[in-house]
Design a protein around this ligand. Structure first.
Ligand code: TXA
Ligand code: MG
Length: 390
């Protein structure tokens, strides 16, 4: 199959959809409405869109991704009216959260109506719904005129795509079209909250944090036990997708995590934080020494704050915060003071280690609160829960 490319050149430059971009979106939306598969940008990661009301389209999505078909898809809409036919009812909490966070990086699970095929929901009686805030995504869905089923547009098991190039690497020749709207802003998938029961339950952390959900609902949000105890195979995650070794780079990965988070407020706590960061750096260096072998390449994910400590004192540091030799590849993933930058870069860094044929990845952990909760959740999956605490 030839994959068509629709580059939204003006949108990429200005953030506004020009007439020529609009023409491309119309073509892409027509392909989708008629049953084709079209990858599209959102503010989180790229989605692989199909008409959510067509069984065939959903089946084709699973086939293109190589994804198990018990793993349900997220249905994307552009307005509230489009939701009503898809669900039994819109729960009170869903209305409150929608008013505050939609369009945006939040997915809500509700009871489905008969109109949504089981192929789309992986056989479940519930459906996941999201209204993305990316302008190109909204316009694409609006033009399609149907709800758009869209998992992340990666091959199953690879890190989610945050650029159209990532999508191309994974799915070229397997889908009908790719809309290129530039790099995504947030970089990790949407927060998923189940509002189909009495109590809201967080199934996947994301940019809309637990704290934000609770503040908005003025009630506690439960956490799916599978999020807290991912190693225990007796716990079945409510979001079936969370059980797979997702977001994974090709190389085995280990995380080195500090313990400076309880009771101290982030990176500003000068000395204490410095000491903890140095513990992490020293543990990473020790792991590098332990694992070094001829012909083996080790990838290190560090942060802007720790970057310099991987070099000799007084060494001239590369500006780009990427340093490669035969034996190692060190990259800063962003600043700990700006966790958004870390979320934004995470998957691209993991993919670049795949491209560089890295054999073993050692990553510094981040503060696991707020957005850091989502970052650590994805990192731990990439590392298959392999975590060393210092
Ligand atoms: O940010 C995002 O959410 C991106 C963009 C494209 O919107 N999409 C995305 O989709 O990450 P995907 O398929 O990679 O992840 C969807 C997750 C899976 O873990 C799946 O199990 C869960 O949502 N899910 C979908 N429907 C569900 C349902 N009815 N009940 C519980 N979990 C559900
Ligand atoms: Mg995914």
């Amino acid at each position: 199959m030839d994959t068509e490319f629709f580059e939204l050149s003006d949108y990429k430059k200005t953030g506004e959809i020009s007439l020529s971009d609009e023409e491309k979106l119309i073509k892409a939306a027509t392909i989708l409405r008629e049953g084709g598969l079209v990858a599209f940008p959102t503010e989180t990661v790229y989605g692989l869109g199909g008409n959510a009301l067509l069984k065939e389209a959903s089946r084709n999505i699973y086939a293109a991704k190589g994804r198990p078909s018990d793993n349900p898809l997220i249905v994307h809409v552009a307005d509230m009216e489009s939701i009503e036919p898809l669900v039994k009812e819109i729960p009170r909490q869903a209305r409150v959260l929608a008013k505050r966070f939609w369009p945006g990086p939040l997915t809500m699970i509700m009871e489905k109506s008969p109109k949504v095929p089981y192929e789309t929901t992986g056989g479940l009686e519930t459906v996941a719904i999201r209204m993305p805030s990316d302008k190109a995504a909204l316009e694409f869905i609006r033009l399609a005129g149907v709800p758009v089923a869209g998992p992340s547009a990666n091959t199953s098991g690879r890190p989610s795509p945050t650029t159209a190039l990532h999508v191309k690497e994974d799915l070229n020749g397997r889908i009908d079209a790719i809309i290129d709207g530039g790099a995504t802003g947030i970089g990790v998938e949407s927060t998923i909250v189940d509002v189909s029961g009495d109590e809201p339950v967080l199934l996947r952390p994301g940019a809309i944090t637990l704290e934000m959900l609770e503040a908005c609902l003025k009630e506690d949000v439960d956490i799916d036990p599978a999020l807290e105890k991912p190693m225990d195979s007796s716990v079945h995650p409510k979001a079936p997708g969370m059980k797979y070794r997702h977001y994974a780079p090709k190389a085995p990965m280990v995380i080195v995590q500090g313990d400076f988070y309880e009771g101290c407020d982030g990176i500003e706590d000068g000395m204490k934080i410095y000491e903890e960061l140095m513990k992490i750096v020293n543990a990473v260096k020790a792991l590098v020494n332990e694992n070094a072998a001829p012909g083996k390449r080790i990838g290190i994910i560090c942060s802007d704050e720790t970057w310099e400590y991987y070099f000799e004192k007084g060494a001239k540091l590369p500006k780009e915060k990427v340093y490669k030799t035969e034996a190692i590849d060190i990259r800063s993933i962003g600043s700990r003071k700006d966790e958004k930058s870390i979320a934004h870069n995470l998957y691209a860094v993991l993919r670049s280690f795949d491209d560089e044929n890295i054999d073993y990845i050692i990553a510094e952990g981040v503060d696991p609160r707020k957005l850091g909760y989502a970052i650590m959740n994805r990192m731990q999956k990439a590392a298959a829960q392999h975590i060393i605490r210092v």
